[in-house]
Design a protein around this ligand. Structure first.
Ligand SMILES: Nc1ncnc2c1ncn2[C@@H]1O[C@H](COP(=O)(O)OP(=O)(O)OP(=O)(O)O)[C@@H](O)[C@H]1O
Length: 259
C-alpha cells in the first residue's frame, strides 16, 4: 500500500514525465560546464508547462534529456502514459523507436521538407514508423491545427505561423504522450505566435501534455504552470502565471552581472 502510494507520486497515472536527479555536464577539466545539476520535476498528464530561466541556465538541455534526444550523466527520465518506461539506459535503437512513437518535438526552426506538401510533411513520421496513413487522417491532423484546405500547399506557400502549425500537426500525428516544444514561437511575429500558443493551450485543454521552453513571459502565461531553472537547478514554480508575475520572477533569477 505504502509502496503503491510512493510509486503513485513518482510515476503514477497522473504524471506523463518524471525527471529525477538529472545531471548533465559538457566538456571536461577546466572547460567543464554543468548544464544540469540535479533537477527533479514531475509533469502531470494533460497539463501545459513552460520552462523558463536565464540564458545558459540549462532549459534546452533539460528538454533534450527529457525527450530522449540527449543522455543525462546521472538521474532518470520516466515517461508514463499508462505504460511507464525509463529512457535513461535504453539502447539507441529502442530510444529511437520510442521517440518516434511516444514523443513529439517542435523547434524554433520549423524544419519542414520544402519539396513536400503540408500533408506529406505530416505523414512523414508515420511513414518512417512503417505505418499506413490515409488522406482522411492527414486532413484531420491539419484540421486540428486550423489548416483545413492547406494540405496541398508546400512550406514556401505558407506563412511562418502556418508552417509552425504544420510542424505541430506532424509532431502530434503519432498521438505522442508528450509534446516538447523549444521556443516554438521564437521566430514568429506576435500575432502568429499568439495563434500557435492558443493552439497549444487548446491541445492541452483536450488532454495533450505539453512542455515548452520559452524566453517570453507572455508565451509562458498560456501555460498551467511555469517552472524556473537557474544554474542547472529547479528554482521555483508559478501555478497561476501572468506575464507580469513571470517577468518579475525571471528578473529575480538573472545573474547579478546582467541585472
Ligand atoms: N553541446 C554543448 N557543449 C558544451 N556546452 C554546452 C553544450 N550545450 C549546452 N552547453 C552549455 O550548457 C549550459 C546550458 O545550456 P542550455 O542550452 O541548456 O541553456 P538554455 O537555458 O537553454 O540557454 P538559452 O536560453 O541561451 O538557450 C550553457 O552554459 C551552455 O553553454
Amino acid at each position: 500500500m505504502r509502496r503503491a502510494a510512493i510509486r503513485g507520486v513518482l510515476v503514477g497515472m497522473s504524471n506523463a514525465v518524471v525527471l529525477s536527479g538529472l545531471r548533465r555536464a559538457y566538456g571536461s577539466g577546466q572547460n567543464a560546464v554543468t548544464a544540469l545539476d540535479g533537477v527533479s520535476l514531475a509533469f502531470r498528464a494533460g497539463t501545459f508547462t513552460a520552462v523558463m530561466g536565464p540564458s545558459g541556465s540549462g532549459k534546452s538541455t533539460l528538454l533534450q534529456c527529457a525527450a530522449g534526444l540527449d543522455r543525462p550523466d546521472a538521474g532518470s527520465v520516466v515517461l508514463d502514459g499508462g505504460n511507464p518506461v525509463e529512457l535513461t539506459g535504453l539502447p539507441e535503437r529502442r530510444l529511437t523507436a520510442l521517440r518516434r512513437e511516444r514523443i513529439g518535438f517542435v523547434f524554433q526552426s520549423v524544419n519542414l521538407l520544402p519539396a513536400l506538401t503540408a500533408e506529406q510533411n505530416v505523414a512523414l513520421p508515420l511513414r518512417l514508423a512503417g505505418r499506413r496513413v490515409t488522406r482522411a487522417e492527414l486532413r484531420e491532423a491539419l484540421a486540428e491545427v486550423g489548416l483545413e484546405g492547406r494540405g496541398g500547399h508546400r512550406p514556401g506557400e505558407l506563412s511562418g505561423g502556418q508552417r509552425q502549425r504544420v510542424a505541430i500537426a506532424r509532431a502530434l500525428v503519432t498521438r505522442p504522450d508528450v509534446l516538447f516544444a523549444d521556443e516554438p514561437t521564437g521566430a514568429l511575429d506576435t500575432e502568429s505566435g499568439a495563434m500557435v500558443l492558443r493552439l497549444m493551450r487548446g491541445l492541452a485543454d483536450g488532454g495533450q501534455t505539453i512542455i515548452m521552453v520559452t524566453h517570453d513571459p507572455v508565451a509562458a502565461s498560456y501555460a498551467d504552470r511555469v517552472v524556473f531553472i537557474a544554474d542547472g537547478r529547479a528554482a521555483g514554480e508559478d501555478h497561476a502565471p501572468t506575464p507580469e508575475r513571470v517577468a518579475a520572477a525571471l528578473a529575480s533569477l538573472r545573474p547579478k552581472v546582467l541585472a
